[in-house]
Each structure stands twice: as C-alpha cells, then as structure tokens.
Design a protein around this ligand. Structure first.
Ligand SMILES: [Zn+2]
Ligand SMILES: [Zn+2]
Length: 176
C-alpha cells in the first residue's frame, strides 16, 4: 500500500553539496546550483509540455537535460518500471557538475524514494563514499546519512537487481 499523502519534506543536505527534497525544493537550476527533477508529475510533464504521457519513442521520453536542469520521467510504482538508461543519464548530468563544485538539488514529489535513490547512486558510484558491493550494502550506508530514505518497493527492487550494471561512465570513473 502506498504511504498516505503528507506534506513534502524540506530539502536536506545528505552530503556536502548534495540536497535532497520533495516538491518544495523545485525551482529552476542555475550553473552554480543545478536541479535534478526526478518526477514525471509535475516537472517532466511541465518541461516537455504534455499532460498524460509521451510516446515511448519520443527523444525525451526518459529524460530531458539542458545546461542547469535535468528532468526525469520518473514515477514510483510498486512494480519496477525504471530503465537503466535513466540512471545513466542522471550520472552523466550530475557527475561533471559536482566535480566542478556545483551544489546539486535532487527532488521528486515526497523526497523519500526517487530523489534520495539517485543521491545514493551518485555517492556510491561516482563519489565512492558508500559501501558499494550491493544495493543493500549501499542502502545501509546511505541510511546513516539520510534516515528519511524510504525507497518504494519498485525502485528498491530495480536497484537491487540492476546494481552491478549502474556504473558511472564519467572520465574520472572510467580512468580509475
Ligand atoms: Zn522540479
Ligand atoms: Zn563518475
């Protein structure tokens, strides 16, 4: 059963320069403070100007990036409908920006499942500050930084099953 609705949580800094939150954290990104919008509704829909769904062959079906914002077509269903390419696009957007000293905000609707899952992935696979042998190990380490983390069953199952394939392909990670 989904959790009952409640007010979106305030943004929290889970690691220096990485803020996670719900819709209250949504705003346009800037070069110093890019924003990852990890929700279909309202952000991906608004950025691409649609109300129901995009056709699956739309070039920005999974994600749209510009200089300072990344919009992900993320919903949080109990069954995993996530695609590895969304996470690859997230890492490709976030890794060079955090390396350049930008402060990142990652937000979804509640700030409990989708956006902190992305922060977890960035911390484990690019910044390499979390135990990385499995999603369960990374999750246990991440929960010490972010006790508000409540991943939905779908994204938790997806990350467990796909963990080894979700690698950062930035220049620094590929050369280490
Ligand atoms: Zn947003
Ligand atoms: Zn990397």
């Amino acid at each position: 059963m989904p959790d009952p609705p409640h007010p979106p949580s305030a943004p929290r800094e889970v690691h220096p320069g990485i803020f996670v939150g719900g819709l209250t954290a949504c705003r346009p990104g800037t070069a110093r403070h890019p924003v990852i919008h990890a929700c279909k509704s309202p952000c991906h829909q608004r950025a691409l100007g649609y109300t129901r769904s995009l056709p699956a062959d739309h070039p920005h079906y999974l994600a749209r990036a510009d200089a300072n914002d990344l919009w992900l077509n993320f919903i949080d269903p109990p069954l995993p409908l996530f695609q590895p390419n969304s996470f690859a696009q997230f890492l490709a957007f976030a890794a060079p920006r955090i390396d350049d000293g930008a402060v990142l905000t990652l937000h979804c609707n509640q700030g409990e499942s989708r956006s902190p899952s992305l922060a977890l992935l960035l911390l484990a696979r690019h910044l390499r500050v979390l135990q990385d042998s499995s999603f369960a190990a990374a999750r246990a380490a991440y929960e010490r930084l972010d006790p508000a983390y409540r991943p939905g069953s779908g994204i938790a199952q997806f990350l467990s099953e796909q963990w080894s394939s979700l690698q950062c392909t930035c220049t620094r990670c590929q050369s280490s």
